[in-house]
Design a protein around this ligand. Sequence first.
Ligand SMILES: [Zn+2]
Length: 91
Amino acid sequence: MKCKHCGYEIHNPEIFNIHESNCIDEQIQNGLIADPSLEDNGQGENNDGEVDYSSMTVDQLKAICKEKNLEGYSNLNKDDLITFIKENIKG
Ligand SMILES: [Zn+2]
């Protein structure tokens, strides 16, 4: 049996299985193949839980206001909407 990752020839199936799983781990660590368990994290929100409102559109910002049942936002411009949302949404 040949390891499909490095092409190393191994005759003992038990050792082959051990080698092959280690071989995969090693290649992931070396960055040679992508780790399928790693998922792409979307951008626009950082780990502090703070939303990047400035990257949103006015429509998206107003949608947030609507979702949070806020009032008095309909005539605000983008900058004011961002301030408004930050003032009215804590956590
Ligand atoms: Zn291998």
